[in-house]
Ligand binder design. Sequence first.
Ligand code: GRF
Length: 213
Amino acid sequence: MRKTVLGVLVSGRGSNLQAIIDAISADRLDAKIGLVISDNPEAHALQRIAGWDIPAVVIDRKKCSSRQEFEERLVAEFTLHHVDLIVLAGFMRILSSYFISRFPGRVMNIHPALLPAFPGLDAQKQALDYGAKVAGCTVHFVDEGMDSGPIILQEAVPVLDNDTVETLSERILHVEHLLYPRAISLYCQQRLAVEGRRVKILAEKSKEGAKVQ
Ligand code: GRF
């Protein structure tokens, strides 16, 4: 069977991209990265794929005359590379309905908070400032809003009394690196059923077609 082709959008450090590459290498994720696009020519994520047979393109938003032009170029590249699922991995831009409607139900994001709490920037700081005792991360489908699409997977981590933004972010990031490949794998196995806002996780099918509980 043809592997699901991933298109990964990055802007910076790229540790989630690394986790996806590692999961594919370890056979925990049966997918292929068809293209990485960075909107930032300096993104460390681009260095992570050096040495791997992964095509990468920089589309610098500042060099595009408008968001529309930027997104048209994203769409053209992903289409050219036959991408099935678009994975936002530290991509620091909001995508418009123009882009989302080109890939309905096929764009995922990871956010370092238990949504719907603390959407947007600096989610870990928001959780600390609010005094939350539990933080975590969320993988969700992307819609036109800010971190508002249907939730696929979430996992909690404790907030400790002596936490700083750095220590809490580190604890959450460790979980992100496990959760994102798992969510992508569920998509690749066609085990995600979206019903309105709810994303149901279907039972795994054995090779003989019987359901595994
Ligand atoms: C992660 O915390 C992710 O949840 C958020 O942006 C950060 C990206 O980190 N959306 P990295 O670039 O994957 O290391």
